[in-house]
Every structure is written in C-alpha cells, then in structure tokens.
Design a protein around this ligand. Structure first.
Ligand code: MG
Length: 160
C-alpha cells in the first residue's frame, strides 16, 4: 500500500450537527460559550470531524464513521481531538506527512474570533504539526441555518 502513496494527496471532509438549547458547543476541542450546542452521541465537534475525514480521505483510510464507530465503547464520550491524535499515528504508519489543512466553520452564533487561536493551537497539537499548517476560518449562514453547525475541511498530504 505504502508504495502506491506517492506524490501529493488531498482529501475533503464535511460534518454538520443540529444545534439545540442547553448542549455544550465544542469546536476544535475548545469549549465555546453558547446557548446552543450540537445534538450528538459524540462531542459533536464538527471542525475536528471534518478535519479527521479530510485526513482519512487523503490517506485512503476510509472515513470517521468506519474508523471510530459510535457503537464502539472505546470511543464513547472521548474528545474528538483523540480521533485526530489517532489519525496522526495512522498517517505516520502510512509514511504520510501533513502539509496543510484548511477549513471553514459555518455557525451563526456566537462569533468565533476570540477562540480562533486556541482552536488552531489545539488541532495543530493533536496532529503534531505547526499552527502555521492549520487554517480555520469562520462564516455565518446569514441566518439561513441558525440551528446548524457545519464545517468543511481540506487536507494535503505528502510522503515522508
Ligand atoms: Mg460529527
């Protein structure tokens, strides 16, 4: 398998969760002060989930649901940063290195600017890369989907 993995490899990831009152909102492992949070079995961290799928896709390693099924007690209640830490090890085993990740969070409220440095730092640490290799942007839906949190991510990998 590894010998087939030559050259640049890019992957795309997407995740969304419905928001409800009284749920905890976590993005990139950072708890965000918010009246609403995702309805989810996991921590509902759409950003970590989108980035995880982008990395798994780029590496040809399937997807988040197959790697970390929510029916497996091993993954019940764990921080989604643990998924990223685990994927980091899978990439090392595949002799792949992360070049960069770009991502967009779509969320109407609250504003994420005050949290952005911590979000980037947390993801970079979980993946063992420099913060300069992780880009996270935030957009709103302009009121179109106020009860959804979503994230899109793209990752570029190269052989080590
Ligand atoms: Mg998810």
């Amino acid at each position: 398998m590894a010998e087939q993995l030559s050259g640049l490899r890019c992957g795309i990831g997407y995740d969304t969760h419905r928001l409800a009152e009284g749920r905890k909102l976590v993005l990139g492992g950072v708890e965000i002060a918010s009246a609403r949070g995702p309805v989810s079995h996991s921590d509902g961290d759409v950003l970590s989930h989108a980035i995880a799928d982008a990395l798994l896709g780029a590496a040809g390693l399937g997807d988040l649901g197959r790697r970390f099924p929510d029916t497996d007690p091993q993954w019940k209640g764990v921080s989604s940063l643990v998924f990223l830490e685990t994927i980091r090890k899978l990439l090392v085993a595949q002799k792949l290195r992360i070049q960069n990740i770009d991502s967009v969070i779509v969320l109407d409220e609250p504003k994420l600017a005050p949290y952005m440095d911590r979000i980037v730092d947390g993801i970079a640490r979980a993946l063992g890369v420099d913060g300069s290799q992780v880009s996270v942007k935030a957009k709103t839906s302009e009121g179109a989907t106020p009860l959804l949190a979503a994230a899109h991510a793209i990752a570029l990998l190269t052989p080590t």
